[in-house]
Design a protein around this ligand. Structure first.
Ligand code: ZN
Length: 134
């Protein structure tokens, strides 16, 4: 019998779903528990110990390598986002929501996973050197 284990625990249901979708896409069967309760009332997160991602013990190594690859992709996406300001030539450039950059990346990933691109049109760069937006 294959043993089912708790692979990872998340305090953010969105992050849990991203990881779950990524593993499902790769053909690894997994499921979340306590997800709905936490989505409805985030205050329960601590009490329940977070959203738990379960999968077969035999898939643990595969899951780890898949998620490792995924992290690399996220980093590349971040690097590709680096542009040069056409106004002053500075490379100190980022998305307008730079202060919420982590959330911005999550939003992009969710959009990609859902195969919709609601934020694509809002892709605006901001130069931190001269405040120029392009
Ligand atoms: Zn500039």
């Amino acid at each position: 019998m294959d043993k089912i284990i708790v692979f990872q625990t998340f305090y953010n249901p969105i992050e849990a779903n991203i990881v779950k979708s990524r593993l499902m896409d790769a053909g690894i069967q997994c499921f979340l528990s306590d997800e709905n309760t936490i989505t409805i009332n985030p205050l329960y997160t601590q009490a329940l110990g977070g959203v738990k991602l379960h999968l077969f013990e035999r898939d643990v190594e595969d899951a780890k390598s898949i998620l490792k690859d995924e992290n690399v992709e996220i980093d590349l996406e971040e690097i590709e986002g680096a542009e040069v300001c056409p106004n002053c030539g500075s490379t100190n450039v980022g998305y307008v929501q730079a202060t919420k950059k982590r959330f911005g990346i999550f939003t992009v990933i969710v959009s990609v996973l859902l195969a919709v691109y609601p934020f694509h049109a809002k892709k605006t760069y901001h130069c931190f050197n001269c405040e120029h937006e392009f």
